[in-house]
Design a protein. Structure first.
Length: 123
C-alpha cells in the first residue's frame, strides 16, 4: 500500500509557506468600481445590515458586549464604532485588545470528562 502524501506544503523562501508565497506573488487590478467600493468608508447602513445578520444566540466576546447591545446601541455609540472601524480599515492596525480572546472547552458529552477529544473550543 502506498504511503499517504503530506498535504502541508513545505516552507518557501524566508520560511514562508509555499501557498502564502504564491498568494503574495499574485498580481492583478480591480475595476474602478470595485476599487472605489473597497476604499469606501463603512456607513451606518453597512453597520446596520451587518448587525441584522448576526446570530443573536451567540455569547459576548471579551468586551462583554453582546448581540442585543450592538443592535440596540444609541446613535452616539454607533457613530463612535463607525469611526473606530473606519480607522482600523484606513490604518490597517487593530487595537491590541481586539487581538485577544478567551477560548473555553465545551463538553461534547456532559457525561464525559472535558478533555481533548471530548470537548470543542468556544470563544
Amino acid at each position: 500500500m502506498a504511503k499517504a502524501q503530506s498535504t502541508t506544503p513545505a516552507p518557501g523562501p524566508d520560511g514562508m509557506k509555499t501557498w502564502m508565497a504564491q498568494l503574495m506573488s499574485l498580481t492583478g487590478t480591480f475595476s474602478d468600481e470595485a476599487a472605489a467600493a473597497i476604499d469606501a468608508d463603512i456607513t451606518e447602513q453597512d453597520l446596520a445590515r451587518t448587525y441584522s445578520s448576526l446570530n443573536s444566540a451567540t455569547a459576548p466576546g471579551p468586551t462583554g458586549i453582546g448581540y442585543s447591545m450592538w443592535t440596540k446601541a444609541p446613535r452616539p455609540l454607533v457613530l463612535l464604532s463607525l469611526r473606530l472601524f473606519n480607522e482600523i480599515l484606513s490604518s490597517g492596525t487593530l487595537p491590541l485588545d481586539y487581538c485577544k480572546g478567551t477560548v473555553y472547552p465545551v463538553p461534547k458529552d456532559a457525561n464525559l470528562p472535558t478533555r481533548g477529544q471530548t470537548a470543542a473550543p468556544s470563544a
